[in-house]
Design a protein around this ligand. Sequence first.
Ligand SMILES: Nc1ncnc2c1ncn2[C@@H]1O[C@H](COP(=O)(O)OP(=O)(O)OP(=O)(O)O)[C@@H](O)[C@H]1O
Ligand SMILES: [Mg+2]
Length: 820
Amino acid sequence: MGGGSSLAGLLRRSCSSRRNLSWTRYYGSRAAGCGSCGDASGELLPFSDSGLCDARFRGTAPFGMLENVVRSSLGCGSSRFGMSRGSLCARGFCSVNTSGNDATRGMSIRNSDDQAESTCSRDESRCISEIMGDVGGRDTDLRNRNALFAELDDPDHESEGDGMDRNLGSCDPRELYEELCNTEENARLAHSDLLKLQDIFRCFASSGWASNQALGIYIGKSFFPTAVHKFHEFFLQKSHADIVTYLLSLGPSDEALKFLFPIFVEHCLVMFPDEIKKFRSMIESADLTKPHTWFPFARAMKRKIVYHCGPTNSGKTYNALQRFMEAKNGVYCSPLRLLAMEVFDKVNSLGVYCSLLTGQEMKSVPFSNHVACTVEMVSTNHLYEVAVIDEIQMMADPYRGYAWTRALLGLKADEIHLCGDPSVLNMVRKICAETGDELQECHYERFKPLVVEAKTLLGDLHNVRSGDCVVAFSRREIFEVKLAIEKATKHRCCVIYGALPPETRRQQASLFNDPDSKYDVLVASDAVGMGLNLNIRRVVFYSLSKYNGDKVEPVPASQVKQIAGRAGRRGSRYPDGLTTTLQLEDLDYLIECLKEPFEEVKKVGLFPFFEQVELFAGQFANVSFAKLLERFGESCHLDGSYFLCRHDHIKKVANMLEKVPGLSMEDRFNFCFAPVNVRDPKAMYHLLRFAQAYSQALPVSIAMGIPKGSARNDTELMDLETRHQVLSMYMWLSYHFKRENFPYAKKAEVMASSIAELLGESLSKANWKPESRQGGRRKREDKPQEKQDGYKRPQSLTRLFENKRQFKPAAAPETEILSA
Ligand SMILES: Nc1ncnc2c1ncn2[C@@H]1O[C@H](COP(=O)(O)OP(=O)(O)OP(=O)(O)O)[C@@H](O)[C@H]1O
Ligand SMILES: [Mg+2]
């Protein structure tokens, strides 16, 4: 490899002559592909190439360092680094024998030119440590170790054992291990010495540093204590006089750990080859690094990526769609079914034939070359001229992010248009650099600035006006607010929230958008936050705190911006957008959120394909699928720019499906992705029933009726919502499994649209108090606060966070102009 890289050059210069290299140096040398340290392959390898980059493993750097030792020891052939054998010297020093001959085992360091010895200067070593720290993460262990190495490298430094005849601390660990193995005359140990040794080994077994280092030879964390225990037994059995004396002189200290560890490594390589092989293949099969290499066809293409980057209501999607419609063929990837339907309608109405594909429906338009789909459904097999991926910042979504990442990495399209805020711009730049795609950036400004009304609604819903969208963050609050507004004013309210089917949300949206309908106020959850074009004059935040399934916390700034940005869309009745809060006390937080710059995303989501999970499963016998997913989550390793998407809900379904025998692993995997509300026992029951029938190869029945009329109370409304979700799930399954197993898909579709209609009718009449799906199990913080005029509002939690906030606005101006 040429010396172009500064790191490589530094290392090449530094690896000159010295008997022992510290681990950091050795590792640095490997990473830089330094010929003099035995890297004959000549490639510059990033840390992640061989090391686990998951945070758990960061900075421990053992994988790369010891990989060769394991490879050669386990007969995996010579490594690409050209080292046939490596061994570790005592006290954390590493010696590498590159002569590649088993006969020379146990000899100390040789450089690749076989004689010249190499060393790094102290400064260089520190520099390398810093660079490697940057690459691999800054772990305290690594820093401590580097500090220790610096000390050990100091020629003036005398170790405690130096007073002895032979300085065991600087001996080759392989020699020591062989001496131990060959010991015939065992030393008799006093009871106190035995106790001291016990302390030392206890300290070794509980050392985070040692167990991290042991990962480098594929001794897993769960096996590490057993391995140490066996090593301890072996050590006592041998009781080599010099070694024991030396170890006792060190006592339970870091020095003792550094002395013991390389001997422990030798012991493990000899004694536990099966465990090492097993753990190694487990780790390798859970490899999620370099996701861009998963799509070789897309990599073979010369793709052009256009990033439409800007705040809400700035024309990003509009412009991307223009290019989509011009193309011979194209795909639009939507974050929501509703938005996919909107684009499907819009594009067809403009004379471009376009089909629709979501998890639940497929509307195939004859002669169409365009398709609007939900991002999870997009095919990475088709070839497109233009693809649009909307709301690209969703790559960072903890649950669904993987779908956007997959689309960006895997779509086979000549041109890919990304629409999103600036939070993932740097990430997209990085990904394009890795994939080799050309990136063009188009920056947008909001058509009209968003204006904050500083007066607020002063806590009084009487102040709601026509064109307002009141945003609340729970279904319960939405109905409370609707009830209160309709009771206290002449306004009629439409509602939009997540549990409503897209058809009903759409019906409510068009009712609100229609100036001739009597519905002039919208009460909505954050479900309005993405992409929808609504005739909203003003977004009023009923509260700015949200129950996240665990606790109530302030709504994140990015979400506040997104929702507030719904006000004043270009081309709507209200092109000038306003936003405010119900309570004066929440206003500061709203202004703070709108002013906050977009926070840069550092990691985006990934989730394994079925094939990857299947490969991983090959490592285990008789492990439940739920357990398998858990183990995958624990073992998988990712590059620093990716995280594994949360899959609690998937595990919950997997757990439930354990009761169903006869499902193949692939079937289980697919069932786990069915759209089900895991907190709704009725919906879960139906999913279980579907899986049971499917596993017995029976035609899966719907076994559910439709109520005759619209809902008369909240319980009936929730029942309708659940029934729709179950039908939607049935349709989803019919598209993801063989159609003959789900023969009633058409019927389910008809039933679902009847229920959506019933829901629409029910909402127009809804004037009842909401109930909780959890049957009254509500969090204490969520307890509403009584109001004189009959409506309730949860206590403002933003206040609790006030002290933490640094932002303190001056006296609020009448209005403030901001861009969301
Ligand atoms: N050049 C244009 N001519 C006419 N109408 C436009 C133009 N650009 C945008 N619009 C309209 O402005 C509205 C907002 O545009 P668009 O939906 O593209 O914004 P956006 O930046 O994607 O917003 P969001 O981030 O909320 O998705 C839409 O109704 C769109 O049709
Ligand atoms: Mg958009």
